[in-house]
Design a protein around this ligand. Sequence first.
Ligand code: SF4
Ligand code: SF4
Length: 378
Amino acid sequence: MSVEGCRVLPSADCHLLLDALQAKGYCVIGPTLRDEAVVWDTITRVSDLPIGWRDRQEPGRYRLERTGTGEIFGVVHGPQSLKPFAFAPRESLLQIERTSNGWSIHPLFPKPEKIALLGARPCDVAGLAIQDQIFLRGPYRDPPYASRRENLFVIVVNCTRALSTCFCSSMKTGPRAQTGFDLALTELDDVLLIEAGSEAGKAILTALPMSPASEALLAKASKRIDACAESQTRLQEQEVLPQALYDAHDHQRWDEVASRCLACTNCTMVCPTCFCHTVEDRPALDGQHGERTRLWDSCFTHEHGYIHGKNIRPTIKDRYRMWLTHKFAAWHDQFGMSGCVGCGRCITWCPVGIDVREEVAALLASDGHSAARRSGSP
Ligand code: SF4
Ligand code: SF4
């Protein structure tokens, strides 16, 4: 955040930002209240946002409460990350049709729609960058993902309040967004500090009547963001994680966590970085047509581990160990980065309140290794 690049918009003028986005042809999507949670939905007015609400999140618990203030972005995040906007939970990939000569195959592509996501959080922007790495930068570029991604305009809100489940500062993904956004906002009492992160973002900024931010305002923003980072419960011993987790393969903690885990898949559905999916081929009853659909899958399901007549992860212990070791260790080998951005959703939305920070800390404790070795556990 620099004095030169950062501008000030009174919160009362936030509608001007919406107007500017809509004038550029964006459908604006932001956090909205529904069913006692915050979910992404279309925003046509500033009052569609959850003004004067905050979320309280703890392991296995999510609550919204009124604050009675005019805070626009008081809710940190809901169960949805940015993942569904680029990697659709369910989408048709191709249609198959019987012809007189055999079969013809018609690939299907999503209809491009310009979407401005207002109110993304830094951890979720980092999660989207990880999805980009998987779907765009590997040997196979995924056309449906690329089509959606190219039409996303991301407005991130830097965090000045952490939930008890947040640990983005440990993962170096927040609470201030560093990259991957078009516009970044910081809400300070009755003003919004705004800076551009892309040429598209600059084009929106120039359409807004704003003054440069003073050094005093920038210092205030930095102080609040730093305090947010300081308030977080950290993920311990981050620097030793990859090898230490491989070394913990036989740790007794896997049995303990497996006895609690329901294999419900919630953690993988809400995780911004999980990308497991499956495909279904559905032939029509007339035998003339068929459709191939891709849908989100989870490594916690029994079926996901079934390969060539054998299930390679038959127990919940196998699946939990695979998930956590992939996120915090194997992901580094595979993609050169962690598979966790510290959003804490898997903690909040786990019905039995399993906290990955506690699990990692327990797995790094050496007494579990020796106990496991003594007991000869698999
Ligand atoms: S593993 Fe949990 S904390 Fe990490 S990115 Fe996924 S949902 Fe967020
Ligand atoms: S959300 Fe909790 S109970 Fe469900 S699969 Fe994940 S760790 Fe297990």
